[in-house]
Design a binder for this molecule. Structure first.
Ligand code: ADP
Ligand code: MG
Length: 700
């Protein structure tokens, strides 16, 4: 009999009600299974003995055999430290104690072989080890423990209440004794043999009690693969079920609107990437399934025209379309741009935002319901219950990361048959991450900018060069250009940031005096109407300088603005810097991005600034961002569970992720219902996971 892993942890010998309670509260361990899945954070490798002359400055924890030859006290600023000289046949180093000195001094046995273990420091040209773990060699030989010591995740409370690493280790052993180390296999035989993976039982044994590095590595690989495999399986299944269950409107014909526009009114030649993406969308819309597609494309890559032409496909098939943007300004911009295109085609288009008045609303509501209005642009206002369509065929969301999942699903419900959905984002998400976060969406990528774009010149300047920077700004304004100056606004230090912004504004106002220069200012504390007013003045060219916090980040289009100055640039994340830079370089003129910083910079800040000056490729920047920050902070991923991975890491285990996705796809392609005999372990595991909700934690 294989032990039932859903047994409550209280039943495990050596646990008992108090410990069980703590394990539940502190580590979320409710069952045997949960304990088994508590994987060590790291291991102390005590399989290897180092010689002193082998030590490297970046060695972390090492184990050395040697003798203490002398002990002395050294006075320091506060109190004193105890220093012992420790020697082997290759050299010597120091052992150092700052606490318990008397006890140590009394118990140290000079000139007898010891095994010491601990972290080493490099200071003043010599190695030292503070507070080493020490054991006489003869004792050490007697007490052979498992060679690699696992270190489990823990909390202060657990430690204080006596559930130390050693205790966890003991109850883990108990679990292996009770279950005889036999656990149900969760992957299929063909997978195990094709990928040469160890069995589940073997992997679990070696993750908790590894004999050596090699067995550990194999166990880790298998468990990471398994974790990522089931997430991918889940996402792909969701997508498959979605496609077979949720019927969409088949847009059978590409008709007059599309063709007329394409042949006679297209303002420019489409890039190859735009063409490819349009084909992908066309294929979705022509199938019987509802489209659920994410369109990624860097700022300025030309997503809007793709959105518009997709809407034409809807119109050609007798349906209505809508486009929702996160702010009023953006909606107005879309409306103005698209109205121009619609004029030639005799298409009716309207805009609905928070500031639409009652009579406008009434007219929109009526014409939407009787079908005479074909395209509606707007903000969240589109989601109001009163907004009813006669037959909405396609809903597009711009800058989707600004909207929640809830809002997306509200659009779904605007029709009895859900409309096709296209969400667009200018926040590039590295492929591996997209696979995990949006694995249930289909993804299209515009990875090419329209031709003739001048690269934005990006430079890093220190604060002390501000006068020069201001001189440069003056020259640009004299040439008729406009300038953004952006200040950070981070919630935690809102007050100080606000003061910085105001100080900055005053000094800019002194250096750029009215009436020659006009300045707009926009920040989060202003009323929306005032913000819009200031923004509009800049858009109209009435002001030359826009001083702002990051509110201007999203989508604003002022082609005449050619300089983006980012103050305290070291405090911005990479994706934000990239988004901000995307506000310039939209016209024919050479544009500039100036990153201002103080002198003291952290390593990460330096990497961010270097990345910005080196490349303008949003995907490359996103990769660096992901490496620096991990997936937790990347936009749009907060809600999704990719952070709750137990053992795999999206950034470091990219290759395993790719393999997992590949195999999940292959298996589902051949056997979508997982009924083949070979796939029984997979089906069983998948069902178990869904039953105990494990897998749902991963997915939003
Ligand atoms: P984004 O992807 O950031 O939404 P837009 O759709 O606003 O980008 O396009 C940015 C600018 O590039 C617009 O002025 C648009 O008219 C122009 N544009 C888009 N596609 C092309 C193209 N294929 N050739 C030339 N200009 C283009
Ligand atoms: Mg856009």
């Amino acid at each position: 009999m294989i032990t039932n892993l859903q047994t409550p942890i209280d039943y495990l010998k050596g646990v008992g009600p108090n410990r069980a309670d703590l394990l539940r509260k502190e580590l979320g361990i409710h069952t045997y299974q949960d304990l088994l899945n508590l994987f060590p954070n790291r291991y102390l490798d005590r399989t290897r003995y180092y010689k002193i002359n082998e030590l490297q400055r970046n060695s972390s924890e090492v184990q050395i055999i040697g003798k203490i030859t002398s002990v002395k006290e050294v006075a320091q600023k506060r109190g004193k430290r105890l220093v012992a000289k420790f020697q082997d046949d290759t050299g010597s180093m120091e052992l150092v104690w700052f606490r318990s000195q008397k006890w140590i001094r009394d118990n140290l046995k000079p000139n007898r072989p010891y095994v010491i273990f601990g972290k080493i420091n490099w200071f003043n040209g010599a190695f030292s080890m503070p507070h080493p773990e020490m054991e006489l060699l003869e004792e050490h030989k007697k007490s052979l423990r498992s060679a690699m010591q696992p270190i489990y995740p823990s909390t202060e409370k657990l430690n204080n209440k006596g559930i130390t690493n050693r205790v966890i280790n003991t109850i883990m052993q108990q679990l292996f004794i009770e279950s005889k180390g036999r656990f149900i296999e969760t992957l299929s035989k063909p997978l195990l043999s094709e990928l040469k993976l160890p069995s589940k039982s073997e992997a679990l044994l070696n993750i908790h009690f590894p004999k050596n590095q090699d067995l550990l590595a194999r166990a880790q690989y298998r468990l990471k693969f398994e974790e990522l495999f089931y997430i991918q399986l889940q996402l792909i299944l969701k997508n498959l079920i979605h496609k077979s269950k949720i019927k969409g409107f088949p847009f059978n014909s590409v008709g007059t609107y599309f063709n007329t526009f394409f042949k006679t009114h297209l303002p420019f030649e489409l890039t190859n990437a735009q063409k490819r993406v349009l084909k992908e969308i066309r294929a979705d819309l022509g199938s019987n399934a509802q489209m659920n597609r994410l369109l990624q494309g860097d700022v300025g890559s030309g997503k809007t025209i793709v959105a518009f032409m997709s809407m034409l496909m809807a119109l050609d098939n007798g349906f209505q379309a809508c486009l929702m943007a996160p702010t009023e300004i953006l909606s107005v911009q879309h409306y103005n741009g698209l109205s121009e295109l619609c004029k030639n085609l005799n298409i009716s288009i309207k805009i609905l935002t928070g500031s639409s008045n009652t009579s406008e609303r009434k007219e929109i509501h009526e014409s939407l319901e009787n079908g005479s209005l074909q395209i509606l642009i707007g903000t969240h206002a589109l989601l109001e219950d009163k907004v009813k369509f006669k037959n909405l065929g396609l809903a597009i969301i711009d800058e989707q990361h600004r909207f929640g999942v809830e809002q997306r699903s509200k659009l779904w419900k605007k029709n009895t048959t859900p409309p096709h959905i296209l969400v667009m984002t200018a926040t590039p998400i590295p492929r591996t991450l997209a696979m995990s976060v949006y694995g249930d969406l289909d993804i299209s990528i515009i990875d090419e900018l329209p031709p003739g774009r001048q690269a934005i010149k990006t430079v890093h300047r220190y604060d002390k060069n501000r006068l020069k920077v201001f001189g440069f700004i003056r020259d640009e304004i004299d040439k008729g250009r406009q300038v953004y100056i952006v200040y950070p606004l981070i919630q935690e230090s809102e007050k100080m940031d606000y003061k910085d912004l105001m100080d900055g504004y005053e000094s800019i106002a002194r250096d750029f005096p009215a009436p020659k220069y006009q300045i707009s200012i926009v920040h989060g504390k202003m009323k929306p109407a005032d913000k819009d007013y200031e923004m509009q003045r800049f858009v109209n060219g009435e002001t030359q300088i826009m001083v702002a916090t990051t509110v201007i980040e999203v989508g604003v289009n002022v082609p005449n603005a050619s300089v983006m100055v980012i103050e305290s640039a070291e405090r911005f994340g990479l994706s934000q810097l990239h988004q901000l830079r995307g506000r310039v370089g939209r016209g024919a003129e050479q544009s500039y991005c100036i990153l201002m910083t103080g002198h003291k910079l952290s390593n990460d800040s330096k990497i961010r600034l270097e990345t910005m000056t080196k490349t303008s490729d949003g995907f490359e920047i996103a990769e660096v961002d992901l490496r620096l920050r991990g997936p937790g902070d990347i936009m749009g991923t907060q809600q999704s569970g990719v952070l709750n991975l137990r053992i795999a890491n999206i950034v470091k285990d990219k290759d395993i992720l790719q393999a997992a996705r590949y195999h999940a796809k292959k298996i589902l392609n051949a056997d979508p219902t997982l009924t083949h005999e070979n796939n029984q372990p997979i089906l069983y595991t998948y069902k178990q996971m869904s039953k105990y909700k494990n897998i749902w934690n991963y997915i939003s």
